[in-house]
Ligand binder design. Structure first.
Ligand code: HPA
Length: 243
């Protein structure tokens, strides 16, 4: 079964799901997100004829939650039988050629949160190919067939909640990051520790601070993601239905 985590502004993805059941974060034993645009429930149903669990919203380190709390949703979905996990997020682009409103598929990440959900064990898991290379190619082919432009790159996950300084953006670019956000990396670590395969998709909502054209405003981030969500809904549905 596939799990799908929806980031800021991407809630519209849930509209194509044939809903069988809804479970609130509270009923699943998860902390409730305080960020506007994050719903806080699981939707179990079908997308393109395939069983899916959608996590509407997520909790973040910057809300004061621990790495364990941030990844509780991944463990809950794995308990429901999820073995393939799509993680979506809104992120800042660190590359001039990746424009706001477009999508980037993650081929790797930099965990710059300073923490891990695996403190206390299991330890020393191999993070090579954490974003499943075969699944990535398959999904890129689906997007290409649909003429959906999809960049590819490295996502840097920071704690936030403030956006980066211009100097931090320069540092991240030098370090090899292509996008920056405040989620996803801990969920990927938890998912890999449980043996789930992971696909990561960043909706690029703005250029990083200090880059030409950069405008950083949470309202704009959510609005841009909302508009870009439409194209990705179609691609995810096509992938789920095997076309
Ligand atoms: N930085 C961090 N997180 C983000 C950004 C950004 O520029 N845009 C959307 N989420």
């Amino acid at each position: 079964m596939t799990g799908l985590v929806l980031g800021s502004g991407l809630d519209g993805l849930v509209e194509r799901v044939e809903v069988a059941e809804t479970v609130s974060f509270a009923d699943a034993g998860l902390p409730v997100s305080t960020v506007p645009g994050h719903q806080g429930c699981f939707v179990l149903g079908k997308l393109g004829g395939t069983d899916i669990v959608v996590m509407r919203g997520r909790v973040h380190l910057y809300e004061g939650h621990s790495a364990q709390a941030v990844t509780a949703g991944v463990r809950w979905m794995a308990e429901q039988g999820v073995d393939s996990l799509v993680l979506t997020n809104a992120a800042g682009s660190l590359r001039e050629d990746l424009h706001p409103g477009s999508w980037m598929i993650l081929n790797d990440h930099l965990n710059l949160t300073g923490t891990s959900p695996l403190e206390g064990g299991p330890r020393f898991i191999d993070m090579t190919g954490a974003y499943d290379p075969a699944w990535r190619s398959e999904f890129m082919a689906v997007c290409e067939a649909r003429k959906l432009a999809l960049g590819e790159g490295v996502y840097a996950g920071l704690r936030g909640p403030q956006y980066e300084t211009a100097a931090e953006v320069r540092m991240l670019r030098t370090m090899g990051a292509d996008a920056v956000g405040m989620s996803t990396v801990l969920e990927t670590i938890q998912a890999r520790a449980l043996g789930l395969r992971v696909l990561g998709l960043s909706c690029l909502t703005n250029f990083g601070a200090g880059m030409p054209g950069a405008e950083l405003d949470h309202g704009d981030v959510v609005a841009t993601a909302g508009k870009a969500a439409e194209a990705m809904i179609g691609a995810l549905e096509a992938w789920a239905s095997g076309s």
